[in-house]
Design a protein around this ligand. Structure first.
Ligand code: HEM
Length: 530
């Protein structure tokens, strides 16, 4: 080091240097300016280089070490949401897990969620598509799994603006009304007998969604038998999507499908595809014959879009079927599981049940049936729904996000392609945010101003940013309308034993033990149930 410092000292104090500078100063103004500029650029370049190097050198998030090759895979608990919450208590609000050859990152605080879903939304608006989803959703051609870009924008526009907008939903209120009334009538016929609430709500939601999709196309008995088949397929599909799959963690092993998940999913997807093909054929026949089959439906609109759509980003038959799949799979389990959890929590707290019933009596009355127009006037029931979505958010880890380039979150580096789990379930139960977080207390939503529009990173059951749920308006209406009707029309009691409120993890969270309860009619006039 000494020779270098001696050299520098000599250089700065040397007469030769000052002579050169002075001489050029007097003789060549241009050279002096050029030299000064070159030095400034050099300094800026050096600062930028140091900055970039520093960024690149950000450490990875902390996390458990795991085993060579396997990483943390052998230690994953099937109840991923609560397991990740336990890990966050040890490693902090951002942690990294090696899952085979994949990097998993878990985010569990409002501040870091804001960084991911708001500040760096575009980077994180992508998905790391699981093998099972590729099989289920026509190679990932649907809204949920398509990467962020023109194709996703086109699909999302079709879905949010045309099918799930408030205006469209208002225009198909008659469908929701009809299906809810049919459920009430069916429950009336079951009075005094145990009823599986999740199953009943699933069928109601499914019938509403499929009526909107192809209501004018499929009728009568065929519709009823489709309902039963769909529930089985949707349940199996969401279970498979939630299962850790070796093929996702070692891409070189994907073609062997070691757990057979891809094969099972393929079978389920084929069943859906068969149903879709037959319905689409029927609709095309009807259109050929010149009639609309007794009513317009979404399928008719989609077929028209396929034929006349934008040539730059065409809407193909594959997109069409993938969208139908999204509506049926994404809209049913989420809503019916939320209704089931809400009913269980209400039945577990008689004081909550009493307040709900009082509100319904005051707003709807006992000689009337619930209409959707009543919903705006039920603030307590609305608070019950929000509290249910706080304790049991339907997608506890959202749909995992995936950065399209390397980035920094909370000072830690996240590699491109990581699978990022935002643990909304853990944030909703964080005692530093929520008073008595484990308590089911709807009143907190009457006192506080939380809403789920995606701007509050302490409460976001529908996600936030570009990938926020596309079906919020529909979910809200169906959940509120179903709950209000079930609780207004019937008293509910448990057959026997203690109520079990525990959860079972899946891409969609569900009750471990299905809620079975006995309805007794509450309304005096039997004609109201017909
Ligand atoms: C209580 C009911 C529901 C809840 C709690 C819920 C929640 C969510 C969440 C958390 C996401 C992922 C957001 C993210 O990745 O950051 C999502 C995505 C989505 N949801 Fe929902 N959802 C519900 C009902 C529905 C319904 C009824 C539909 C349609 C009929 C629907 C359609 C979708 C679609 C298409 C996406 C994918 C959006 C995209 O990737 O661009 N959801 N939902």
């Amino acid at each position: 080091m000494k020779p270098i410092s001696d050299f520098l000292r000599k250089l700065t104090s040397s007469r030769e240097w000052s002579l050169w500078w002075e001489s050029s100063n007097s003789s060549d103004e241009l050279t002096r300016v050029t030299l000064a500029l070159a030095l400034i650029f050099l300094a800026i370049y050096w600062c930028a280089w140091v900055f970039i190097k520093k960024q690149g050198a950000a450490p990875p998030p902390p996390g458990p070490r795991g085993l060579p090759l396997l990483g943390h895979l052998p230690f994953l608990d099937p109840e991923l949401h609560s397991y990740f919450a336990d890990l966050a208590r040890i490693y902090g609000p951002i942690l990294q897990l090696r899952l085979g050859s994949k990097v998993g990152v878990v985010v569990s605080s409002p501040a870091l969620t804001r960084e991911v879903l708001k500040d760096q939304d575009v980077t994180f608006a992508n998905r790391d598509v699981p093998e099972a989803a590729l099989e289920a959703a026509y190679g990932g051609s649907d809204i949920v799994w398509t990467p962020y870009g023109p194709e996703w924008r086109m699909l999302r526009k079709v879905c949010v603006r045309e099918m799930l907008s408030s205006t469209t939903l208002d225009s198909v209120y008659a469908l929701r009304h009809r299906e809810i009334r049919q459920t009430v009538s069916h429950l009336y016929s079951q009075a005094g007998l145990p009823v599986n609430i999740g199953e009943q709500t699933f069928l109601t939601v499914l019938n509403v969604i499929t009526s909107m999709l192809w209501g004018g196309t499929v009728k009568g008995e065929e519709r009823t038998s489709l309902g039963a088949e769909f529930r089985q397929v949707v349940t199996e599909m969401t279970e498979l999507l939630g299962k850790p799959n070796i093929s996702d963690f070692y891409s070189s092993l994907a073609r062997f499908d070691l757990q057979g998940i891809k094969k099972q999913m393929k079978g389920l997807a084929l069943r859906f595809d068969g149903i879709f093909n037959s319905i689409i054929e029927q609709r095309m026949e009807m259109d050929k014959e010149g009639g609309n089959g007794g009513g317009k439906d979404f399928l008719q609109y989609l077929l028209k879009l396929k034929d006349e759509g934008d040539s730059k980003t065409p809407f193909t038959m594959t997109h069409l079927k993938a969208l139908l799949m999204d509506m049926v799979v994404g809209g049913t389990d989420t809503t019916s599981n939320t209704v089931e959890f809400a009913m269980a929590e209400i039945m577990n707290k008689p004081e909550v049940m009493k307040k709900v019933e009082q509100e319904l009596e005051a707003v709807v009355g006992k000689d009337n049936m619930v209409e959707e127009s009543h919903i705006q006037k039920l603030p307590y029931l609305y608070a019950v729904m929000k509290e249910t979505l706080r304790l049991h958010p339907a997608l506890p880890l959202l749909v995992p996000h995936c950065p399209s380039e390397p980035c920094i979150v909370g000072g830690f580096s996240i590699p491109k392609g990581a699978r990022v789990f935002v643990n909304v379930w853990a944030i909703h139960r964080d005692p530093s945010i929520w008073k008595n977080p484990m308590e089911f207390d709807p009143e907190r939503f009457l006192r506080g101003a939380w809403d789920y529009s995606g701007n509050d990173f302490s409460y976001f059951p529908f996600g936030s940013g570009r990938r926020i749920c596309a079906g919020i308006a529909m979910a809200e209406r169906m959940t509120m309308f179903s709950l209000a009707t079930l609780l207004h029309s019937f008293h509910w009691k448990l057959p026997e034993g203690k109520l079990d409120l525990s959860e079972k993890f899946g891409i969609v969270l569900k009750k471990k033990v299905p809620l079975v309860a006995i309805p007794t009619p509450r309304l005096s006039d039997a004609a109201l149930y017909k």
